[in-house]
Design a protein around this ligand. Sequence first.
Ligand SMILES: [Zn+2]
Length: 146
Amino acid sequence: MAFENIVREEVEIGRNNQFRGSCEMKRINYRKLAFDRYPPVCAHCGFGIADVLEVCHLDCQRSNNDIGNLVVLCPTCHKMHDLDLISTETILMMRDRPKVVRWAKRMKAAGKKSALSRRQTCAARRRKWRLAGLKAAATRAHNRLA
Ligand SMILES: [Zn+2]
């Protein structure tokens, strides 16, 4: 190989490394940006293993590292967003929505259910004591006859 070619190749490798290096810098940069701003959970499903989480560019422009364009997602939700199975509006809404747990929605019937089971328990207890009383009376009657 001619010296010139070797030099050219070195330059190419150098450029590539530089290119890769700057990408790496950006990657670390926007990951840090997103994790500084948003909680370390998937904004859509709540998955929370930080090492597995990814940072998604909502407009799919990797150069747009504006904090509003970033969102922390798990790999599944990230892919689903990129394929438009989850809309950007949904991701945005989920990202900016306060994560407040409200059990009321799930526990609607809890009061009624517990009242019913309380009634059933009391009835069972009364039956049990009534039967015990009857048995005791029968035993007393039996002993009186004996
Ligand atoms: Zn997810």
